[in-house]
Design a protein around this ligand. Structure first.
Ligand SMILES: CC(C)(COP(=O)(O)OP(=O)(O)OC[C@H]1O[C@@H](n2cnc3c(N)ncnc32)[C@H](O)[C@@H]1OP(=O)(O)O)[C@@H](O)C(=O)NCCC(=O)NCCS
Length: 146
């Protein structure tokens, strides 16, 4: 099976959203708007990738860094294409781009319920944090309606 892996470009956005919507382990929110995704891609050029088979998008990953650490988001491969090294290939391409940018550690966010996803990460050399919790706070925007 010939799989093409190419840089995730603005033009890939619509197909990627359709792909991610089919994957229950991927959570989409306002951060995934076209504008935000384009901004992310622009700030992190050459780090995010899509996989295609005969032109059809079958996998994708977003990757970026903040100057200190790298982050992967929304890694997904369509179920019928899994187990062929596509997921790990996408990840390795992103890690290689981070390495070239001098970033020495990458983090991922994983739903606690995603047991299979966790097995993939552990199999491919990733470690969980023992004493770390993720927290967030929403930030008001000038256009928000109270
Ligand atoms: C996680 C995911 C991207 C893996 O994609 P994939 O293309 O099947 O992964 P690969 O074929 O590259 O697998 C790499 C290795 O991990 C192993 N692996 C993959 N999924 C696994 C699982 N569920 N349990 C255990 N090992 C797994 C593979 O066997 C392979 O090992 P090998 O090299 O010894 O054969 C895919 O299962 C997926 O899209 N899952 C739903 C979305 C998701 O959970 N994403 C992560 C959210 S952070």
């Amino acid at each position: 099976m010939k799989i093409d892996i190419t840089e995730f470009l603005e033009a890939d956005y619509n197909e990627a959203i359709l792909l991610w919507k089919q994957i229950e382990e991927v959570g989409l929110d306002d951060a995934d708007s076209f504008e935000n995704t384009c901004s992310f891609l622009k700030r992190n050029q050459g780090m995010s990738f899509v996989a295609r088979h005969e032109g059809k998008m079958i996998g994708a990953v977003l990757c970026g860094h903040d100057g200190r650490r790298g982050y992967l988001h929304h890694l997904a491969v369509l179920p019928e294409y899994r187990g062929n090294g596509i997921g790990s290939n996408l990840v390795e391409k992103s890690l290689s781009a981070l390495s070239q940018a001098g970033i020495m550690k990458c983090n991922i966010f994983l739903f606690a319920s995603n047991v299979k996803g966790k097995a993939f990460w552990e199999k491919t050399g990733w470690f969980g944090y023992n004493n770390l919790e993720l927290m967030y706070r929403r930030i008001k925007h000038k256009n928000d309606i109270d």
